[in-house]
Ligand binder design. Structure first.
Ligand code: WT7
Length: 660
């Protein structure tokens, strides 16, 4: 049980038990085997622990060739009844969300399960009042404030499909996503606080809406009191709408708003993510399977115990925030810390202050954040207690051993198991991870698959790799053989794209895009993407997307983008650019290109380095040899590979000479 403190009362609610929590290595092995041998019985029994209005007709129906994946089809439920209503009787006063503002001087907000229920019902009513119906797409572009949680869950309550867009994306990116999702409604804020910056969210939305004819309503919450334009008939204030809805959902102090009955296979949300080609795709998750998967993985990987305070530092604009700030923890009746700011504001001790302030038991963050905080030395850790911590987790990219050990020693004080959770936007929740304190950790290894997950390493022809290398490891492209409940169902509006992206590279397998090693004990180590996708500070960015943005800049003839190893970000973005005329001022042109990329995608996609070149290494058929550019970007000067097949081998030397 957690320690009593000013923010929540312990032991005044009945402990919620998780009968499917794995508590020993033996049980893990048994459950894993059962999940593979009898998946329907296994997942059916777990799903019994949730609130269904009507039980499913069939646990699982699938083929990867279309793909068709259906979990708990015919089952009727509402995910918000599972995340909120079912906890009210026993845990109404328990904090669901503890909110920490960007500015540490500002007041904390504690949202109990009853308060969350009220606000979600109220906002669901606001959506109805504004014409939102089941199945409509609602785009959410807000900072990390409790209202973002109300907006997401309010959508889920009425069966509207939410699509959260991270606050770092540009107006153009938003416009593309709105169009792709055919969204008719937006929920946003005047602005968002992030560190020392204010992000003018509403004004970015206004830019995204120039010429837009499909958006009917924009609901605007006041956070920063930044002056904004409000268009009559289209833009409405959150506060006014909520006040109006309050009297509709609350009578005689009783809050009620009937949750819409949904099918397990109805879509819950769309989340856009980058791939190796073209524009980001809208990954679609459905209700039943996603709920079971996020809950199951939350309880088992972190070994969540009722009363624990869970702090996931991700933004809800990414899948990590969806699954492990909101749906996983809330469906488990947990207390989830939501942080508005950034790890280095007002100083690099901010995470540690938050941990001490709320007596956080579980910290889940990204290797890039750990490396960045490491770079500040030990000073920010002075006078920090951190003794409340029980479990640490990482996600988003491979963690290097140095960062792992620093995390273990200085944050976990050598007494907290560290879980390395490998997963993707498409997988809904964790697929490969140790279970905290239950299955062994191995620094920089994600280790073992979760029950229900059957990984397979294949070579480029799709043949299973069976011959260990000289270190006794199997090495190959990571695929998964069968569906788990949280797998994506489609990419919005384009099922064929889903098939070709994930299910067509290798027959009858889900292809992850990652490479991996497997040791003789069955542990997996993820080595990184094997496609043209970069992982910059845990954010996924397609090289093609960045190139398209750079190429939109006037004067740019052609560009090629590759990743290179970056001490803090994991990968940095290196752009080789042919520009027709840099006006004798390369530095200015570089800045112009940054601006263009920021406009087209967002500041997160800005290249770290731009090298102007007169040509790119191309084969005679005109294909850019990225392999060579990757080597050059990594600092290789001699062995850049075979250049004899190049149209103009001389260009390679020039590029090496100009390397930044
Ligand atoms: C890609 C997915 C999962 C939520 C955050 C990122 C990389 C993720 C790990 C890990 C090594 C990891 C993979 C994956 N990745 N977690 N523990 N170890 N690599 O979600 O944006 O969909 O990116 O992140 O390359 O394919 P995403």
């Amino acid at each position: 049980m957690g320690t009593s403190n000013q923010f929540y009362k312990t032991n005044d609610y009945r402990a919620m038990a998780y009968p499917y929590q794995i508590t020993s290595l033996e049980q893990y092995k048994k459950d894993y085997q059962r999940s593979v041998d009898e998946p329907e019985e296994f997942w059916g029994a777990i799903a019994e622990n949730f609130l269904w209005r009507k039980k499913w007709d069939k646990v699982l129906d699938w083929n990867f060739s279309e793909p068709k994946i259906e979990w708990f089809k015919g089952g009727k439920l509402n995910i918000t009844e599972n995340c909120i209503d079912r906890h009210l009787e026993t845990m109404g006063d328990k904090p669901a969300i503890i909110w920490e503002p960007n500015n540490p001087e500002e007041r904390t907000r504690v949202v109990t399960y009853s308060r969350l229920h009220k606000r979600v019902c109220q906002f669901a009513q606001v959506l109805i009042n504004n014409g939102v119906k089941k199945g409509d797409r609602v785009c959410i572009y807000m900072g990390m404030i409790p209202e973002l949680a109300y907006a997401v869950l309010g959508c889920a309550r009425i069966g509207a499909i939410h699509s959260v867009i991270f606050g770092g994306f540009s107006a153009q990116s938003i416009a593309d996503r709105l169009y792709d999702a055919q969204a008719e409604f937006i929920v946003t804020c005047d602005g968002a606080y992030r560190g020392a910056k204010d992000i003018p969210l509403k004004s970015i939305i206004d830019d995204a809406l120039i010429g837009n004819r499909t958006i009917k309503k924009v609901i605007v919450y006041t956070r920063t009191r930044t002056p904004i334009s409000m268009l009559k008939g289209r833009d409405v204030w959150w506060e006014d709408e909520m006040e109006h809805a309050e009297s509709q959902v609350e009578k005689d102090n009783i809050v009620s708003f009937p949750a819409t009955e949904m099918d397990a296979e109805d879509p819950l949300f769309i989340l856009y993510t980058s791939g190796s080609t073209g524009k980001p795709k809208g990954v679609v998750h459905t209700i039943g399977g996603y709920m079971v998967w996020t809950n199951y993985t939350f309880i088992n990987t972190f070994q969540y115990t009722p009363g624990d305070i869970h702090f996931c530092t991700a933004d809800i604009g990414w899948i990590t925030g969806h699954s492990y700030i909101l749906y996983g923890p809330l469906s488990a009746g947990a207390t989830s810390v939501m942080f508005e700011g950034i790890p280095t504001y007002p100083d690099a001790g901010r995470f540690w202050d938050i941990i001490d302030k709320y007596k956080v038991n579980i910290l889940y963050t990204a290797p890039t954040a750990i490396r960045s905080l490491m770079s500040y030395g030990m000073d920010p850790l002075k006078y920090k207690d951190l003794s409340s911590l029980k479990t640490l987790g990482t996600v988003g990219e491979p963690i290097n051993e140095e960062a792992w050990h620093w995390y273990d020693e200085h944050i976990g004080q050598k007494k907290c198991p560290i879980i390395d959770t490998w997963w993707q936007t498409e997988t809904g929740g964790t697929l490969i991870s140790n279970l905290a304190g239950v299955t062994p950790a191995k620094p920089s290894w994600a280790t073992l698959p979760m029950p229900g997950v059957q990984p397979l390493l294949v070579d480029e022809h799709g043949e299973e790799v069976t011959e260990p290398d000289e270190h006794g490891m199997l090495k190959g492209n990571l695929c998964i053989k069968a569906p788990w409940p949280g797998i994506l169902r489609t990419t919005y509006g384009d099922h064929e794209r889903c098939r070709t992206n994930y299910f067509a590279t290798y027959k009858d397998l889900y292809f992850t895009g990652d490479g991996a090693l497997k040791d003789k004990d069955g542990n997996y180590r993820i080595t990184g993407r094997v496609d043209d996708v970069l992982n910059v500070s845990g954010h996924r960015i397609g090289t093609a997307e960045v190139e398209n943005a750079i190429n939109m800049h006037a004067g740019v003839v052609e560009s090629a983008v590759v990743g290179y190893q970056h001490d803090i970000k994991g990968q940095g973005i290196y752009a080789f650019v042919i520009h027709s005329n840099v006006h004798g001022d390369e530095e200015l042109t570089r800045k112009d290109i940054f601006q263009t990329v920021s406009r087209v995608i967002g500041a997160i996609a800005k290249p770290d380095k731009i090298q102007f070149v007169s040509g790119l290494p191309k084969t005679r058929s005109g294909k850019i040899m990225r392999r060579i550019l990757r080597k050059i970007a990594e600092g290789e000067t001699k062995n850049v590979g075979d250049i004899t097949t190049l149209l103009d081998p001389g260009v390679v030397e020039e590029i090496i000479k100009g390397k930044l």
